[in-house]
Design a protein. Structure first.
Lengths: 148, 165
């Protein structure tokens, strides 16, 4: 399978990079950011994004166990703390809007662990990776092209 | 003498948070991204794309805003209403618009599996490469706004054309 086009919109790409950077900085937790980004990329089946962010996560010291079990985090209670679990639940709800909104219990659970400013940046991070996922899947950018 | 009838609607819910106030730099980045993506694309086509994605993602605020923006851009009520059933009302739209709408659905619903070759190729027939890149960027960006709108439960009904310009 080859990429469909090499033409990504450069200005939009730069703006999207800026969005991701601002969101990540505001969240202030690089390891958690990678868990969130990888979980969204799993749901959206973005091969390029998974390849890239698994590499970044390892660099940030996220454990192999946390990466291995991420798709089944709900069943792996001891592997993720309450804050991580709240962020992952929010990630799933915000990523899959087609099945209906973001439930109150999911939002409130996140709001318990993140103050308003951090929560806004966490939401922004989930939004930004969803945007990347769409661009990369839409253009079918193959995995493996990312080098740190 | 006339009696005025008033209808009792359900109470308006409050937004969960004002994310643009909590994260102003994020808002600025979103505005920049939005402007870059749509630059040069036909405004009416952009609004059709935004309306379709917002309907799929159930973003009430976005539907309110982009219905008003579409009407302001000269769109017809009929084409806006038919958009939810565009497959059965293809004759309301150009082949180019239909290709863009179909791509919008595929890029918006990634959870059901990728963007089919036939959908991508049909779009590529109607949009040259750079324009197609902008169309995909535009679809991705309205998906981004939809996620902010739904997650923070932005309240629909109060938008006026030009509010964010």
């Amino acid at each position: 399978m080859t990429t469909r086009t090499k033409v990504l919109d450069r200005e939009a790409g730069r703006a999207l990079s800026a969005l991701s950077a601002v969101a990540k900085r505001g969240l202030g937790d690089p390891a958690l950011a990678e868990l969130v980004v990888i979980r969204a990329s799993q749901i959206n089946h973005c091969a390029f994004c998974l390849d890239m962010h698994l590499a970044i996560a390892r660099r940030h010291g996220v454990s192999e166990q946390q990466l291995d079990l991420l798709a089944a985090w709900e069943e792996a209670e001891d592997v993720y703390d309450e804050r991580e679990r709240a962020a992952l639940a929010l990630t799933e709800a915000v990523t899959v809007l087609t099945e209906g909104f973001v439930p109150d219990e999911v939002y409130e659970r996140a709001a318990k662990h993140f103050d308003d400013a951090r929560l806004a940046h966490l939401i922004a991070l989930i939004v930004a990776i969803n945007n990347w996922n769409r661009v990369m899947v839409g253009h079918r950018i193959p995995p493996g092209g990312y080098t740190p | 003498m006339t009696t005025e009838e008033t209808t009792e609607y359900a109470a308006e819910e409050r937004a969960r948070m004002s994310w643009a106030k909590q994260a102003p730099e994020v808002y600025k980045a979103m505005a920049r991204l939005d402007a870059a993506a749509k630059q040069g694309l036909d405004p009416r086509l952009v609004e059709l794309v935004r309306l379709r994605a917002s309907a799929i993602n159930h973003c009430a605020f976005c539907l309110d805003m982009h219905t008003k923006d579409a009407l302001a851009a000269g769109e017809s009520v009929q084409r806006i209403v038919q958009l939810g059933a565009w497959e059965e009302s293809r004759h309301f739209y150009t082949e180019k618009e239909l290709a863009a709408i179909e791509l919008t659905e595929a890029v918006t619903v990634l959870t059901d599996g990728f963007v089919p070759d036939e959908v991508y190729e049909k779009a590529a027939e109607h949009f040259e490469e750079a324009e197609l890149a902008q169309l995909i960027a535009t679809i991705a960006v309205i998906n981004a706004w939809n996620r902010f709108g739904v997650t923070t439960r932005a309240v629909p009904g109060h938008y006026q054309v030009g509010d964010f310009e």
